[in-house]
Every structure is written in structure tokens, then in C-alpha cells.
Design a protein around this ligand. Structure first.
Ligand code: F6P
Length: 524
């Protein structure tokens, strides 16, 4: 039986612990008091080592949080997800992104009866997709791959293709078009030719307005430029093969409604990744994620990295009241990492009602934001060190360089360590401007090198830590009803921009609409 965190007997214990101890924990003293603090709050998981010791918690805090996880039925909920139970209750769907990286034929104790058939389907689709990816990689006539998709159909592939640029096939350029602003597509179309371009139209539903608009414009451009053979130059990655066919796209790779959009880069939505890094690279990417899945499934809660991170997230949000988390990957290829995590965490856990649809008594997702280090240091780190709010920082550091240039890697890693150290130790000064209060928390995630496998594990880690806090909060981390209203209203306003009808609109929207129409018509 699953219980919401704030309804457990452990919740008031955590509250008292926070008041008595947690709220005034000093990290510098905590390290002095506990010689094994680093060892205790370090955690090795597949491909990822985590230093959680520079966070505002101690062993007592963690023991209570672990008790909370047990009382809330976290393990049962995790097993229900990985076993294929329909835990996405508002859409009555299973949540099975872990199945996409499960080796063929592997079964788990709690599997629902249809899992074997689903897994067989996963692998036959994966094999077909990887065969196609290899064919595209070997086709020297295709020089440009343009992914058209938005949200989960853009962020994951975009992040991973950039992150793994060292592993990319030579002779291929990758472009990502997501915005309905024609500026983006127009800019890409100016740079490509129809005979050497492959367009991938990525959309789980194949109804998303931005993607459909861009896909239609790309098809129209292709025809206008004398492009022939849509089947060779357009492929659709979707659960809605019929809608793709209706648009004239017959080369298709499918997936299933039990793959959430923001969890879909492991499915056919990952085709740009597979074209970029090849079939073996994509299999390594899946294997890295699967290794993390197994860690999450089998490690005891106290040595389970996604669990420990998810519990810390809850502690920070509900007890310390921290409203955001800054993410700083110290690898320049992780430029889209923060954007990717924003959707993963904020679309999953940005909810204000529990599974029963009633308002929650506690807060949920923090704001996730960030930029690669060291760039962030010269922009917003000022506020991390000396601002009024405590903003927990999560660093990703990569031990081995992915380039041959001497001297850079030491500087990069020294900066990563120095920032975490400076935030914690601070520096006393009589001059308020030069005073660093310190005691500011950070986590450091360390990869040995940035490879398909380690990236897969890192992403799966992030997926599972989001699951942990969402599960304890008792929310549905797998729906996204909050994005619907704006979509409906945009359709209405689009028609009104044409007609000029402002009847029934609020004063501000009506006024702005009038300004955009410039009084007498829609001319833009
Ligand atoms: O608008 C939110 C959303 O529904 C995301 O959850 C999803 O990843 C994105 O739109 C794109 O959806 P689709 O893949 O169906 O085009």
C-alpha cells in the first residue's frame, strides 16, 4: 500500500529533526565531527560516482528519510513501474521506459503478463531502427539529418547527439528544429539541399501543433525545391503511424503509449542518436541505462544512488524550502543537459495535486536551471556564493578529457572542485562585500569519461531520482495536463488574429491582439 510522505508517522519526526538539528547544520563542523563523512555520503553506481557529503544533512537525517521511503512503499511502487503496472493513473498507462533498455528475453519477478510480448516488440523495432540507422550512416549522399520535434521528441535526442559529438559519424551534420517560429526551420532549410537531407519527424502523438507545422513546411519546401522520393528523405518516429501516412510519410518507426514523451529517447525517438553514434553506440547507451535500472531495482535503499538523491531532493524542497537546483555540467558537450533536465523534472513533478486529484499539503518540483561550467561561473555563480537564497548546485564532472589539448582538463576539473569547496567553506571577511558565508550545498556526480554508456547511466539516474521524489509526494509523475490549456487557447487566439474578433476575451489579451493586428488586419 502506497502512502503519501506527509501522511506518514515519519513526517513529524523529520519536522522535529529539522527544527532541532537540520536547519542549523554547518557543513564545516559536520566534516570535523564525522571523519567518515565523505565515505559515508559517497555512492558508487554504474558509471557514476556521487559525492553527496557537501549537502545539508547528516546520518540522522538520512536514516529518517530512508524510513520515510520504506513507509511510503517506494520499493513496491518502483517494482510496480518496472513490472508494467498502470501507475500513470490519469491516463491508465504503464510506465515502461526501463523496458526499452532491458535485454531481450529478461523477465522480472513482478512483470505483468504482456511483458514478454512487449519486450519482443521492443527488440524487433530496435533492430529495424538500428539497421536503418546504419544504412543512413553508410549513405554518403545524405549529409544532413534534420530532426523535427519538440519537448521529449527534441530535448533528449538533441542533448545526447551534442553530448556524444566525439562519437559521431564523420560527414553528417545534425540539425534540431523544435520551435514553431519559422525562423528556426527557415535557417536550417537555407543550409541544406533536398537531395542530401533526411528529415526525421519525431512526435509521439503526431498531433503536436509545432511539429506538424514544421513538418508540413519541410514537406512543402522539399517539393518546391524539386525534391523526389519522400520515402527516402522523410521518416516519422511516432506511435501514430496512420497520421504520419496521412501526411504522406510512409517510412516509419513506431513505439508505444507506455513510453512517456520525456522518457522516449530510448525508443524510435532516439533514431538521430543512433544515426550519430551507430548501432553499437546506441546499444551501449541502452546498456548503460539498464545497468542503472538494475542498480535502482536491486540495491538496498541506503546504498541506492537514485533513492539517496531523490530523498535529498525532498529534504531540500519540503524542509529547507529550497526552490531551485542549479545544474552545472563541467563538460562543454553537455550544453543541452540543463534544458533536458528541466522537462524531465519539472514536467514530471511540477504538480500541485496528489493521485486523488486533491491539493497537496507540501511543495513539489524545484526549478531546474543551469549552464555548463565554467561558463556559469562567470555569469550567475555570484548569486550561488553570495546571494540571499541558498541554491543547491549539482555538478557533473568527467575525469578523462574528450580532446587532446594539454592543460585544459586540469583547469576544468580544478574549477569544478573549487566551486564546490568555495560554496562550502566560504571565506570570512570584515568587509561585507568580500565575505563568503559558505555552508552552501553541492553534489558532485563524477563520470570516468563521457561515453554512450556513461551518458545512458547518468540519464537513467536522473529519471529514477525524479521518480523517487514524485513517488513520495504521491503525485503522478507521468502525466502533463498542465500543458493542455495553453494549447487550446493558442488555437482560439490564432483564429482571432485572423478575424479580429475579441468578444469574450479579457482586456489585456484583447488589447494585445489589437496591437498585433495593427488595427485593421493580420499582415505579418
Ligand atoms: O507539450 C508537452 C508535450 O506533451 C510533452 O510531454 C511531449 O514531450 C511534447 O509535448 C511533444 O509531444 P509529441 O511527441 O507528441 O509531439
Amino acid at each position: 500500500m502506497k502512502l503519501r510522505c506527509d501522511l506518514t508517522p515519519t513526517w513529524p519526526l523529520l519536522q522535529s529533526h529539522y527544527t532541532a538539528q537540520g536547519s542549523h547544520l554547518d557543513l564545516r563542523q559536520a566534516f570535523e565531527r564525522d571523519a567518515d563523512r565523505f565515505a559515508h555520503f559517497s555512492q558508487s553506481a554504474p558509471h557514476v560516482f556521487a559525492d553527496l557529503s557537501k549537502n545539508l544533512w547528516d546520518r540522522d537525517t538520512e536514516a529518517l528519510l530512508l524510513e520515510l521511503a520504506a513507509v511510503c512503499g517506494l520499493e513496491q511502487h518502483r517494482d510496480a513501474m518496472q513490472g508494467g503496472q498502470p501507475i500513470n493513473t490519469t491516463e491508465n498507462r504503464a510506465v515502461l521506459h526501463t523496458l526499452l533498455r532491458r535485454p531481450a528475453g529478461m523477465s522480472l519477478p513482478g512483470d505483468v503478463p504482456e511483458t514478454a510480448a512487449r519486450l519482443a516488440d521492443v527488440h524487433s523495432t530496435l533492430n529495424a531502427m538500428l539497421q536503418y540507422a546504419e544504412q543512413v550512416r553508410g549513405d554518403a549522399a545524405i549529409t544532413d539529418v534534420v530532426n523535427i520535434g519538440i519537448g521529449g521528441s527534441d530535448l533528449g535526442p538533441h542533448m545526447a547527439v551534442r553530448a556524444l559529438e566525439e562519437f559521431r559519424a564523420p560527414g553528417k551534420r545534425f540539425h534540431f528544429v523544435s520551435n514553431v517560429d519559422g525562423h528556426e526551420l527557415h535557417h536550417v532549410l537555407k543550409a541544406v539541399r533536398p537531395e542530401s537531407t533526411l528529415f526525421l519527424v519525431a512526435s509521439k502523438t503526431f498531433t503536436t501543433a509545432e511539429t506538424m507545422t514544421n513538418a508540413r513546411s519541410a514537406l512543402a519546401w522539399f517539393a518546391a525545391q524539386g525534391g523526389r522520393d519522400v520515402a527516402r528523405h522523410f521518416a516519422a518516429l511516432t506511435t501514430n503511424i496512420e497520421a504520419a501516412a496521412a501526411l504522406g510519410i510512409t517510412t516509419t518507426f513506431g513505439f508505444w503509449d507506455w513510453v512517456g514523451g520525456r522518457y522516449s529517447l530510448w525508443s524510435a525517438i532516439g533514431l538521430p542518436i543512433a544515426i550519430a553514434i551507430g548501432a553499437q553506440g546506441f546499444r551501449d547507451f541502452l546498456a548503460g541505462a539498464h545497468a542503472m535500472d538494475e542498480h535502482f531495482r536491486t540495491a538496498p535503499l541506503a546504498q541506492n544512488l537514485p533513492v539517496r538523491m531523490g530523498l535529498l531532493d525532498l529534504w531540500y524542497r519540503n524542509f529547507h524550502g529550497f526552490t531551485s537546483r542549479c545544474v552545472a555540467p563541467y563538460h562543454a558537450a553537455l550544453t543541452r543537459y540543463a534544458a533536458y533536465l528541466q522537462q524531465l523534472e519539472m514536467e514530471s513533478n511540477g504538480k500541485r495535486v496528489g493521485l486523488d486529484g486533491r491539493a497537496l499539503a507540501c511543495t513539489t518540483s524545484p526549478v531546474i536551471w543551469g549552464e555548463p561550467g565554467t561558463n556559469g561561473q562567470h555569469a550567475f555563480f555570484q548569486m550561488l556564493h553570495q546571494g540571499c537564497d541558498v541554491l543547491p548546485l549539482e555538478i557533473v564532472a568527467v575525469r578523462k578529457a574528450s580532446h587532446p589539448l594539454p592543460g585544459h582538463q586540469q583547469k576544468l576539473l580544478a574549477n569544478a572542485l573549487a566551486q564546490a569547496q568555495a560554496l562550502m567553506v566560504g571565506k570570512a571577511s570584515e568587509d561585507g562585500h568580500r565575505h563568503f558565508p559558505g555552508n552552501r550545498p553541492s553534489t558532485l556526480l563524477l563520470l570516468d569519461s563521457l561515453t554512450p554508456a556513461s551518458l545512458g547511466a547518468l540519464i537513467a539516474l536522473q529519471e529514477h531520482r525524479v521518480f523517487v521524489s514524485g513517488s513520495l509526494w504521491g503525485i503522478n509523475s507521468f502525466d502533463q495536463w498542465g500543458v493542455e490549456l495553453g494549447k487550446v487557447l493558442a488555437k482560439d487566439i490564432e483564429a482571432r488574429l485572423e478575424s479580429g474578433d475579441v468578444a469574450g476575451l479579457d482586456g489585456s489579451t484583447a488589447g494585445l491582439l489589437g496591437l498585433l493586428r495593427d488595427g485593421d488586419g493580420w499582415t505579418a
